[in-house]
Design a protein around this ligand. Structure first.
Ligand code: ADP
Ligand code: MG
Length: 242
């Protein structure tokens, strides 16, 4: 496990949360004047290498910068400074709901998701039945996604994410939902991906799952890495501070 799949060097991300607010409102709310000029430092000079064949966990309190880091890896967010190198085809499963048009059917969402991930229509046609089978949706694939249970929703999202046959899978708080049997099935699929020298980055509050599933982990605090190493050790450090 020495070939990097993701290499992050000196990455910082800052947000200016209230920058574009209505100036009249801004003037009238004097006490916020100072705060709105402050930048939020979501990632503070982070360097991190994640290797091929490894499952890497990211833990930390809300607001620590975990989701921001995943977005940087997914290249959906450009850091203010630093470099990000990703070696392989990436599939992303961010928090539930992202990317699905819930008024449309499951079928339409398979196509929209596949196209968004760079598949051609013919490739989605070929893989469609296996996507639906894997998600175990049956006839429900024709129904609007807004009628789905959270379990059905996450099964579909995971199945579409895997259908692009990624080398790198980025997961943000997604496997907490869904039923136990699907969780087992998705874990098995992810283990296969790791066996094929794939890489999984797994953001989760489910500490036992991070310990069980991830080889290494990083504990983020206020946009920085507070601890990094074997997942069980990092989880212990985190537990001792909460
Ligand atoms: N689009 C945004 N605009 C302004 N602030 C943001 C935005 N996204 C994240 N933040 C802020 O950046 C910090 C890190 O957020 P995030 O990466 O979502 O943390 P986590 O996933 O660990 O809970 C938080 O203070 C959050 O409020
Ligand atoms: Mg988050």
């Amino acid at each position: 496990m020495t070939q990097p799949a993701i290499s992050i060097k000196d990455v910082s991300v800052t947000f200016r949360p209230l920058a574009d607010r209505n100036p009249t409102l801004r003037r009238s709310v004097g006490t916020f004047r100072h705060r709105e000029k402050q930048e939020i430092v979501a990632l503070d000079d982070v360097s991190l290498d994640i290797y091929k064949g490894e499952a890497f966990g990211i833990i930390g309190r809300n607001g620590a910068g975990k989701s921001t880091l995943l977005k940087v890896m997914a290249k959906t967010l450009k850091p203010n400074t630093g470099t990000v190198n990703v070696y392989g085809k990436t599939s992303t499963l961010l928090s539930l709901g992202l990317g699905m048009k819930t008024e449309l059917s499951g079928r339409r969402n398979v196509y929209l998701g596949g196209l968004a991930a760079g598949l051609r229509k013919s490739e989605i046609d070929e893989r469609f039945d296996s996507i639906v089978d894997y998600a175990d949706l049956g006839e429900a694939i024709e129904r609007p996604v807004k009628t789905y249970s959270s379990g059905m929703f996450s099964r579909l999202a995971f199945s579409v994410a895997m259908a692009i046959r990624p080398n790198i899978l980025l997961l943000d708080e997604v496997l907490a939902v869904g039923d136990e049997s699907f969780r087992e099935k998705s874990m098995e699929t992810m283990r296969q991906l790791l066996d094929d020298a794939g890489t999984i980055v797994f953001v989760s509050h489910a500490l036992p799952r991070v310990e069980e599933f991830c080889d290494r982990a990083a504990y983020f605090e206020a946009g920085r890495i507070r601890a990094i190493g074997p997942s069980s050790e990092v989880v212990d450090v985190y537990r001792s501070t909460v």
